[in-house]
Design a protein around this ligand. Structure first.
Ligand code: ADP
Ligand code: MG
Ligand code: MG
Length: 488
């Protein structure tokens, strides 16, 4: 049997195990909407004025009505990678020369990376005043239909979102399968794995806060002024408070410019509150820095003795350029001496190519000839920034026409083609059946004080599902919905 028809057959078998008829799906809609409202599976409703404030203008989070099939072996593989990537990020971030060299050409073509590196070198010159390192990451994967392998899309080291709401979707799906349709469709809610991402992330924030050693100091959450995804963040704050009793303050970078102060010993205080931990849910995009004030605030926070999640070096270790550099022969292996661990990590690397070396002409030509096989990525986070399909060809040609200097801002990545299925997507109270693909995110937490590793573990998951005709991903950007896995 040809590979493609065998793959089709396997996909159909997979989907058949989780599918229900449209009629049954329709019965799930009002139950799911009610459950979401009762259980805080919600976001701010942009159409309502004032919805940046908690409790005003709330709408259910976009979700899939049913979990999506996912092979258990690949799910376990992804979970297992969580602690490996924690260690890798920590080691890469400790190698300042590597970060600066890897990003040296990128910064010449990308002013945002340049600004981040400026902060990095200032901190490096002054000396790092905090030796407690906190990572709260999400590594994202897709299944490659051609090889059946799990391939990493990227790792997020700053503002990894949806630990809060993602945990709830798993609960919603177990409820839907158990209470609403189990008897009709023979679906087993036990096949939706427990998801403790919100508790684990709240807990690790609290462990870092404790390690700081001043119980009157707060956890500072750095937020965007127009945030609508704050309920996701509130879930972590709730568990942080319940498990550890830490207080939380929330400020934008602009507010911090006028309210944050450093004492001579490096203690950060905001409006008189000392700060133990800084948790960024902002600061990852150029739009988070509309003026020099916000950059000034970021540098001030970075100079402080507070534990940063992430520090500037963890932030840079999560860039797409670093991801691509690590995929080159023998680079990952410099940071991971254990051969077995390096193999486990490398197994999930997709094809990645830099555009800043002498040898890149061949891959550029290939991408111009077959752009549908590649994704062109700038150094950006948060969705909506990548270039796909014929636009890859157009952009590469434009960059070459302009002399080629702009190429260094980008990397090229092999386009992953995951299996597609019919999914029922629920947004703004309306549902539709779509041919969809999914991306699995594994949360992981890392905490180290000097040489002492306190936490290094995977922390639950997030599945995001989107119509297969859509290139980009991201829930906040409106492309994808939150989902959970049904293990096969
Ligand atoms: P961001 O940091 O903005 O989230 P990503 O690298 O995760 O950037 O890309 C955004 C989205 O684009 C992903 O969620 C995924 O849907 C899609 N995407 C990214 N890389 C690939 C790829 N190599 N193949 C297929 N889709 C991709
Ligand atoms: Mg990202
Ligand atoms: Mg992403």
């Amino acid at each position: 049997m040809a590979l493609s028809s065998k793959i089709k057959e396997e996909e159909n078998l997979e989907r058949a195990q989780v599918s229900v008829s449209k009629d049954v799906a329709a019965t799930l809609v009002s139950k799911a909407l009610t459950w979401a409202s009762l259980n805080g599976l919600v976001i701010g409703d942009r159409s309502i004025e004032g919805s940046v404030n908690p409790g005003v203008g709330i709408v259910h989070a976009p979700v899939a009505l049913l979990p999506s099939p996912f092979p258990e072996a690949l799910f376990q593989q992804a979970l297992n990678l969580g602690s490996h990537f924690n260690t890798l990020v920590d080691r890469v971030s400790s190698d300042s020369d590597f970060l600066e060299q890897t990003l040296a050409k990128t910064r010449t073509a990308d002013p945002f990376t340049d600004k981040l590196l400026d902060i990095h070198s200032k901190i490096r010159a002054e000396g790092i005043v905090q030796n407690i390192h906190l990572g709260m990451h999400r590594s994202d994967y897709m299944r490659d239909m051609v090889t059946g392998k799990l391939l990493q899309v990227e790792i997020n080291t700053i503002s990894s979102s949806f630990a809060g709401l993602g945990s709830l979707v798993s609960q919603l799906h177990r409820y839907s399968l158990l209470d609403v349709i189990k008897r009709v469709e023979h679906l087993d809610p036990g096949k939706v794995p427990e998801n403790n991402a919100a508790v684990a992330f709240g807990d690790v924030l609290g462990l870092a806060w404790k390690e700081f050693g001043n119980t009157s100091a707060a956890v500072l959450v750095v937020v965007q002024p127009n945030e609508r995804n704050m309920y996701d963040q509130f879930w972590l704050e709730k568990y942080l408070h319940e498990l550890h009793g830490a207080n939380v303050i929330r400020r934008t970078l602009s507010e911090l410019y006028s309210q944050a102060h450093l004492s001579s010993n490096g203690t950060l205080s905001v409006d008189g509150h000392p700060v133990a931990v800084i948790y960024y849910r902002s600061g990852y995009a150029p739009t988070d820095y509309p003026s020099e004030r916000e950059w000034h605030a970021r540098l001030l926070l970075e100079r402080s003795s507070a534990i940063k999640c992430p520090s500037i070096s963890y932030h840079l270790a999560g860039t797409k350029k670093v991801q691509q550099e690590l995929a080159k022969p023998n680079v990952l292996e410099r940071f991971v001496q254990d051969k077995n661990a390096a193999e486990i990590i490398r197994e999930c690397f997709a094809g990645l190519w830099g555009l800043d070396s002498e040898e890149c002409h061949e891959i550029i030509n290939k991408a111009i000839q077959q752009p549908e096989l590649f994704v062109l990525k700038p150094q950006r986070e948060g969705g909506g920034n990548n270039i796909y399909g014929s636009a890859v060809k157009a952009k590469l040609e434009e960059l070459l026409r302009d002399g080629g200097a702009g190429l260094s801002a980008y990397i090229l990545m092999q386009r992953i083609f995951p299996p597609t299925y019919t999914s029922y997507l629920l947004r703004g109270g309306e549902w539709s059946a779509e041919q969809a693909v999914s991306e699995l995110g594994i949360f992981s937490a890392y905490l180290r004080n000097g040489e002492r590793e306190i936490t290094n573990k995977d922390c639950g998951y997030l599945l995001r599902t989107k119509a297969s005709k859509v290139d980009e991903g991201g829930v906040a950007t409106g492309f994808a919905v939150l989902d959970s896995v049904y293990l096969l």
